[in-house]
Design a protein around this ligand. Structure first.
Ligand code: COA
Length: 173
């Protein structure tokens, strides 16, 4: 478990299946995220039961508030010791918690973990240009724009640009 000022990150457990399934079925939560076909609850339960142990290259952590409410998930993927590079994904599925600083704190906790414990050199992510709340969170903790993939995401019958952002060791705020 890793703790910040407002959140605690912990391993994903089989009983989280119902929560994740509910979040994945919420169009507002999934608005700017790559969404596969909606998974069934049975599939989600099976996936969690059969999940491999978290590893250097595939780390998934639930975001809990300090009083124990599960509100989101954050992942560091594709980390490689040879390159010191990893990719980050985050979302909060409980919409009533948006705008209270939880994602900002969770970003700081996971990035600190990546740089200090995993000895990463850089962390990158992509977001949709119109996702202003997410971009604001990433900028607040030190991520900078590194590129734009034009019309790389389709939602609601329209194409949207994806922004590539990156954070180097030593830049975390
Ligand atoms: C994006 C998301 C992670 C933000 O989480 P959060 O806990 O609400 O973020 P925080 O409260 O830490 O910070 C939000 C910041 O964005 C700002 N913000 C919120 N909505 C905004 C908007 N529409 N336009 C501009 N800024 C906005 C807030 O004011 C705040 O900045 P501030 O501290 O300078 O005032 C969360 O809303 C979420 O999970 N959304 C759905 C999934 C998603 O889009 N995930 C990211 C995929 S890349």
């Amino acid at each position: 478990m890793v703790t910040g000022d407002r959140v605690r990150l912990r391993a994903v457990e089989p009983p989280d299946a119902e929560t994740l399934w509910r979040w994945h079925g919420d169009p507002e939560v999934m608005r700017w995220m790559d969404a596969p076909y909606p998974p069934s609850l049975a599939q989600t339960r099976k996936q969690l039961e059969e999940r491999r142990t978290d590893s250097y290259g595939d780390l998934n952590l639930m975001i809990d508030t300090l009083d124990g409410r599960t509100i989101g998930i954050v992942a560091l993927r594709e980390a490689e010791p040879e390159t010191g590079d990893a990719k980050l994904d985050i979302y909060l599925g409980e919409k009533d918690t948006w705008g209270q600083g939880y994602a900002t704190d969770a970003m700081r906790v996971i990035c600190r973990y990546g740089f200090d414990r995993m000895r990463l050199h850089r962390i990158s992510l992509t977001t949709i240009a119109e996702n202003t709340a997410a971009r604001r969170v990433y900028e607040k903790v030190g991520f900078v724009d590194e590129g734009r993939m034009r019309e790389a995401f389709r939602r609601d019958g329209k194409w949207h640009d994806k922004i590539i952002m990156g954070l180097l060791e030593g830049e975390l705020r």
